[in-house]
Write a protein that binds this ligand. Structure first.
Ligand SMILES: Cc1cc2nc3c(=O)[nH]c(=O)nc-3n(C[C@H](O)[C@H](O)[C@H](O)COP(=O)(O)O)c2cc1C
Length: 318
């Protein structure tokens, strides 16, 4: 059974972005659910073997904090044996196991994983039943529409198979795999999916403001909304969406608030093994839209360690 969610707004899984520090910030600002970056099932198995030798658990590899709960872990990879093994390894630590069937990156689709699976109905059926039978925790799914324009309605069949096999919630990012991030997310497809589904549907794609979130809910009747790029460097969005849905208004945040929020992120990041390149990426995003941001970002590019980055970001207050 799915856990209870405190908000209708979820943080999307984003490789290199939805690290445990950003997730915690978004959670503290009111996100109803946060999801880890997608993780290769083979890496989980290999890491677990290494860690076991040192009497450590997979938490060293898939880092998180208790305050993030309910917490979803996203897996990708289609080898059924490995999938079962990886799901059992992560199950004790997470509240939801999410499966990625949307990633358009060639290094993922070429190994018959991510979005490429949308056209493999036999294999996807096996994947869903393997996952659902491997664990007692709820299994959820994240998909795109289809692979190409010609197969843009595949999601309906996949969703039906998923529901039949016991998947408990589906997130739809209504673009095709070949579309990448071009064009607009076709929210009408979320409405169509909601109409044919008995399980909760999470709408995703192109939400950057509280008004967008309300519009998607009103237009599609989706149960929850998931936000990716709009929440990058902007954890305030969750509080704003929650307030807007409840009261019709929300608080604006200033340039200084954004910088403060980045320093908070940097502080939190020290508790985890987050790559410096990723922290730098977050700095770029937290300075988006602020006055003099371009100048600050060009300085961020040249920083080589946390101390240098802290110096540049402190200068940004002036
Ligand atoms: C940098 C980046 C990394 C992403 N990584 C993942 C991922 O690991 N797993 C996943 O299911 N989707 C991933 N996505 C897709 C997002 O979860 C989301 O579906 C997509 O960005 C559309 O939502 P948005 O318009 O709110 O950004 C990623 C997107 C971006 C921009």
């Amino acid at each position: 059974m799915l856990p209870e969610f405190s908000s209708k707004a979820f943080l999307a899984p984003m490789a290199g972005v939805s690290d445990p520090a950003l997730r915690l910030q978004c959670k503290q600002m009111g996100a109803g659910l946060v999801v880890t970056e997608f993780t290769n099932i083979h890496s989980i198995i290999a890491k677990e073997n290494q860690l076991k030798e040192n009497k450590k658990t997979i938490q060293e590899f898939l880092e998180y904090s208790e305050q993030e709960r309910p917490l979803s872990v996203q897996l990708f990879g289609s080898n059924l044996e490995a999938l079962e093994k990886a799901a059992k390894i992560v199950e004790p630590f997470f509240d939801i196991i999410d499966y990625n069937m949307g990633c358009p990156a060639p290094h993922v689709t070429q190994q018959m994983a991510g979005g490429a699976l949308l056209q493999e109905s036999n294999l996807t059926k096996q994947i869903f039943s393997t996952l659902v039978n491997a664990v007692k925790k709820p299994v959820t799914l994240k998909i795109r529409l289809g692979v190409t324009e010609a197969s843009r309605y595949l999601f309906k069949d996949v969703a039906q198979i998923a529901e039949d096999e016991g998947i408990e919630m589906i997130t739809l990012h209504p673009r095709t795999v070949s579309q990448g991030y071009s064009g607009n997310a076709d929210w009408k497809m979320i409405k169509d999916l909601k109409e044919i589904s008995k399980i909760p549907i999470v709408g995703n794609g192109d939400i950057t403001t509280p008004e967008d979130a309300k519009k998607m809910i009103d237009e599609t009747n989706c149960d929850y909304v998931m936000i990716g790029r709009g929440a990058m460097g902007n954890p305030f969005l969750f509080e704003q969406i929650n307030d807007f849905l409840k009261t019709g208004t929300y608080q604006e945040y200033s340039f200084r608030d954004k910088l403060d929020s980045f320093f908070e992120y940097m502080q939190l990041s020290k508790n985890y093994k987050i790559k410096f390149a990723n922290i730098k990426g977050q700095a770029m995003r937290f300075t988006k839209g602020i006055s003099g941001g371009a100048k600050i970002r060009s300085k961020i590019t040249f920083t080589k360690n946390i101390e240098e980055l802290e110096r540049v970001m402190t200068e940004a207050y002036r």
